[in-house]
Structure formats: structure tokens, C-alpha cells
Design a protein around this ligand. Structure first.
Ligand code: HEM
Length: 528
């Protein structure tokens, strides 16, 4: 017995020494390549500093100022290049895309949708979903978008009539959720009049939760190899809470245990699919395209099958994609509009230029008798607005809302600009440093809001608001059309003035996306 214990003890000590030896080797990754690294701690790498800083991306930017355009950090033990050199980024995101197809997955859920999957699985999802956002489909969506904007305009009219100051961001969130639900899934949510819709509240919760501060997330970052097990335990506990909520608590209490929003929504999205299967629509929205590809059979992406006719999605994958679209389509666009409104309230000269471009559009009004003149802007009209294009690009340059997604993970060993990069290494674009780089965006100060800077042709990787390469934002054109139609309708009717709390409540914060807290403005009706 004693002998067995001694042998076991030696085995444990041996394994620990071996583990520490591997860790030590791991932490030489960057020094062996001559790549600078900020000071880090054994086992945590740079995670503690990143967890403790208010903004992950501002921390990367501040290290860039110290360590240059290419440096390394360790997320736990995962080596991660942080890059703001546009040529290096071009190599990773575009030229060597086949090697850098996936992102560094940090979620504890199984990758089941277009945003979280990689390799053959990602190609399958993207191939099915891509056609939703063709120019022809976007043209068909303009009336749906305009319908949701009309609901918003009614609410804004009340504020303008009352001469009140208000947080316009709240209304944008409702509108962008209405738009994505109507255009992508044929659902009429009318959140302007039903703001307490429980589905909306749950999607909102995804974005107000600081997932980086969550213990499960931190643990998964420290031990990526155990992500699946951690995920199973975490989601299992959530399932148990859901069971108690449905079957036990209603018998004894009116209270409910908290369920995390993702699985809560997933479990309730099945009826949307069933409803659409029973009542198919002639409209070709994202749900319809996914349903045309539905299969009840198991899909094996490891078996290479180049026949595009075989691209299929399972029911679970369709549901995960619905969730991704609700989330991605709602928060990003409403936040971009919030930032746009904030800058318009602070820059009357920009507001005036935009209004003068809008006033020249071939638009009638509700009373017009001219058959040719459209009452509401549509795809073709907003496509002809050069100053609007520059304005929106400048907003997203200064506020790169979704930069958390602009990263890639190497699926095999490769060499980028003479630097050996091994399989599993992550490359993060430091978007703040790129978007505020004087060499890329001068001669005007990049910290100044100046839409005209987009007149000059820049490096193809200087602007990363929607990412880059084959995996750039799938909803980019949709988001741009929605934003522009809204801005045309808003600024045609109103001028924007700063509210008393505009600056004090703006407070950019970082959760899943980078967003302000509130945007307080006043709308003033324009005179003819
Ligand atoms: C102003 C609004 C938006 C911004 C700034 C934005 C930004 C981004 C960025 C930076 C990425 C990562 C791209 C990359 O890795 O290269 C992304 C991916 C994605 N976006 Fe958007 N987005 C916006 C609106 C939308 C909308 C409206 C939708 C849906 C209709 C959407 C759906 C997606 C999806 C599904 C992905 C993942 C694509 C993939 O991995 O293949 N986004 N977005």
C-alpha cells in the first residue's frame, strides 16, 4: 500500500513538473520569435490585466503604443498576436484566408451558427445565408424597413411636439429589432408599442451582461481544453433551473430562477420554425432560405463533399442562426445610429451638409401628386448619397462597434511576413490603433470627426468596421441601408440639438459590443 502511494506521489510530481515545463515552453513562444510582449504572469498570461481593465480594446491600444504594431499576448496559454500593421492584417484576413478561416472560440456553447463555426461548417452556413443580402433582396426589404421606421417616427414626433429632451438610443434599439425580425424572419414585433416584449428583453440581456467578467468565461479562457466540459456543466445547471422554473416553482411561488438568455431564447424559438413551415411565404428572407436547406439527418462536415447541392442545415443550426441574427442585427445597427446621432448633435455643420444632400433627393411627401416621386427613401435612393456614405464611414471609424469579432485563428502552421505562426495561434486586429493611426488616416487629426477624410483612398485594411476578407460582416449592406434610410427620414423632418445630458450620459462602455450608455437629444421640426 505504502509502495503504491509512493509510486502515485512520484507520478503526480512527475506530471506536475512536465506540465510546468510545457507551460514554460509555451511562454517562450513570442521571445523565440523576437516579438515584444508586455509583462505577464505564469498560468494567467495577460488575462488578469485584461480582466481588470475597463476596456479590453483600449488596453490593447495602450500596449500598441508601448510595444509597436505587432506584439504578442498570452490569453492564458494561448499565444495571440495583436496587430495594427495593415500589411500583416491583409496577409492574415485576405491573402492567407484558407489558413485563417476561424475565430478563437471562447464561448462555452457548441459552435452551431455562421458566426461561431469554422472550416467546412462555416462555409456551409455562409453559402446558404449569403444570398439573403443580395442587392435584389435588399431592394425588396426597403418597404419593410420603412414600415418599422414609420412606427419610430410616430414616437419621435411626440417628443418633438412636447419639446422634450430624451434618450433616443432606446427607440433605435426597438426599431432595429423590429427591422431584423420583420426582414429576416417575417415576425411583426412592433416593439415601439410593446417595449416589454420578453424576447426583446432577453436579447437585450445578452448585450448588457459583461460576459468577460463571468467566472465561467474566465475559467474557459484559462483552460480552453476544458471548455466543452465547463460548457456542459454550466448549460446543465441552466437546464436544471429551467426545469425548476417550469415544473416546480409555479406550484409554490411567483418567483423564477434566472436563466441565461441564450439557451432561454433557443428553447423558445422552435415555434417560429414550425409556424413558418406550416405557412410558407413567397418572401425570400433568411429564415426561408435556411428552411429550404433544412434536414433532419445528421451532418458530418469532416466528410468532404464539394457538391453545393448538398449544403444543408439542421433544425438546431437554424435556431442558433436566428439567435445570432437577432443579436447581431439589433445591437450593432442601433449603436451605430446612436453614435451617429451623438456626433450630429455636436456638429451642426455636418448636420447641415447632410440635410442639404437629403433635401436634393427625389423624394415627394405624403401630399404629393407626383407619381414618380417616392414618399420614402429606398435602396436606390440612399445608394446615391456620397456625403452620407462618408458620414457613416466616419462614425464607424471612430466607433468600431464590433471589433471583438475582428480576429482569426490559424488552422495550420504558416509564415506571415517572415514570422512563423503555429496552428492554434490567434491574431487580433487592434482596430482602435488602426482606425486612429495618423499615417493611415491623416493629414487631419484622426481624433477629430471629419467625414471628408474618406475622400482620399486609403490602405485596404485601414477601415475595419465590418471586418475584412471573405468572412467580413454578412449583414453589412443590410445595416448600411437601414441606417441610411433612417437618417434620411429623421433629418428630412428634424434637426438634432444636444440634450443637457448628452455628454454626461454618453459614456462609451464595452460589453459584447462597444456602445454608449444613453444619447440625450432634442428634436426640432424643420421649417420648409
Ligand atoms: C453597423 C452595423 C454592423 C457592424 C458595425 C457589424 C460589424 C461586424 C464585424 C466587425 C464582424 C466581424 C467580421 C470579420 O470577422 O471580419 C461582423 C460579423 C457578422 N455580422 Fe455584422 N455588423 C453590423 C451589422 C450586422 C447586421 C445587421 C447583421 C445581420 C443582419 C450582422 C450579422 C453578422 C454576422 C452573422 C457575422 C458573422 C459572419 C461570419 O462569421 O461569417 N451584422 N459584423
Amino acid at each position: 500500500m505504502l509502495l503504491l502511494s509512493i509510486i502515485l506521489l512520484f507520478i503526480c510530481i512527475g506530471l506536475t513538473i512536465y506540465f510546468l515545463f510545457l507551460l514554460r515552453q509555451r511562454y517562450q513562444y513570442f521571445s523565440q520569435r523576437g516579438i515584444p510582449t508586455p509583462p505577464f504572469r505564469f498560468f494567467f498570461g495577460h488575462l488578469q490585466t485584461l480582466w481588470n481593465s475597463a476596456s479590453f480594446h483600449r488596453q490593447l491600444e495602450s500596449w500598441t503604443k508601448q510595444y509597436g504594431k505587432i506584439y504578442g499576448i498570452y490569453q492564458g496559454t494561448v499565444p495571440t498576436f495583436v496587430v495594427s500593421d495593415p500589411d500583416f492584417l491583409q496577409e492574415v484576413f485576405i491573402k492567407q484566408f484558407p489558413v485563417f478561416q476561424g475565430r478563437h472560440e471562447i464561448s462555452v456553447r457548441k459552435p452551431n451558427d455562421v458566426a461561431s463555426s469554422s472550416g467546412a461548417k462555416w462555409r456551409r452556413h455562409r453559402h446558404i445565408i449569403n444570398p439573403t443580402f443580395s442587392a435584389a433582396k435588399l431592394k425588396m426589404m426597403s418597404p419593410l424597413i420603412n414600415g418599422c421606421i414609420s412606427n419610430l417616427m410616430e414616437k419621435l414626433a411626440d417628443h418633438a411636439t412636447n419639446n422634450s429632451q430624451f434618450n433616443i438610443y432606446v427607440y433605435y434599439k426597438r426599431m432595429t429589432m423590429d427591422v431584423i425580425c420583420r426582414c429576416a424572419f417575417g415576425l411583426d414585433t412592433d416593439l415601439q408599442n410593446n417595449p416589454n416584449n420578453i424576447y426583446f428583453k432577453k436579447v437585450e440581456e445578452i448585450f448588457t451582461t459583461n460576459f468577460r467578467a463571468h467566472i465561467v468565461f474566465k475559467f474557459a479562457q484559462l483552460a480552453p481544453g476544458m471548455r466543452n466540459i465547463i460548457g456542459k456543466i454550466f448549460l446543465g445547471m441552466n437546464k436544471a433551473r429551467a426545469f425548476i422554473n417550469i415544473h416546480i416553482l409555479p406550484l409554490i411561488s411567483t418567483k423564477q430562477l434566472h436563466e441565461i438568455p441564450g439557451p432561454w431564447l433557443v428553447s423558445r424559438l422552435h415555434p417560429i420554425i414550425e409556424q413558418r413551415q406550416q405557412m410558407p411565404t413567397s418572401r425570400v428572407d433568411v429564415l426561408q432560405l435556411m428552411l429550404q436547406a433544412i434536414t433532419e439527418e445528421k451532418i458530418n462536415d469532416d466528410v468532404s463533399n464539394n457538391s453545393k447541392a448538398n449544403y444543408r442545415l439542421t433544425r438546431e443550426e437554424i435556431i442558433s442562426n436566428i439567435l445570432i441574427f437577432m443579436a447581431a442585427g439589433y445591437e450593432t445597427t442601433s449603436t451605430a445610429l446612436a453614435c451617429a446621432t451623438y456626433e450630429l448633435a455636436r456638429h451642426p455643420e455636418v448636420l447641415e451638409k447632410l440635410q442639404s444632400e437629403i433635401d436634393q433627393l427625389p423624394l415627394g411627401n405624403d401630399e404629393t401628386s407626383d407619381e414618380e416621386a417616392k414618399t420614402y427613401p429606398d435602396y436606390d435612393i440612399v445608394a446615391q448619397m456620397p456625403y452620407m456614405d462618408k458620414f457613416v464611414s466616419e462614425i464607424l471609424r471612430m466607433y468600431p462597434i464590433a471589433n471583438v469579432a475582428i480576429q482569426r485563428c490559424a488552422s495550420e502552421d504558416t509564415i506571415v511576413q517572415g514570422i512563423k505562426i503555429e496552428k492554434g495561434t490567434v491574431v487580433y486586429a487592434d482596430v482602435y490603433s488602426v482606425h486612429y493611426d495618423r499615417e493611415l488616416w491623416g493629414p487631419e487629426d484622426p481624433y477629430v470627426f471629419f467625414p471628408e477624410r474618406h475622400d482620399i483612398k486609403r490602405h485596404p485594411m485601414a477601415y475595419l468596421a465590418f471586418g475584412a476578407g471573405p468572412r467580413h460582416c454578412i449583414g453589412m449592406r443590410f445595416a448600411l441601408i437601414e441606417m441610411k434610410i433612417l437618417l434620411v427620414r429623421l433629418l428630412r423632418e428634424y434637426s438634432i440639438l444636444p440634450g443637457d445630458h448628452l455628454e454626461s450620459k454618453f459614456n462609451i462602455r464595452e460589453r459584447s459590443v462597444i456602445a454608449p450608455e444613453e444619447v440625450w437629444v432634442k428634436l426640432v421640426k424643420r421649417t420648409a
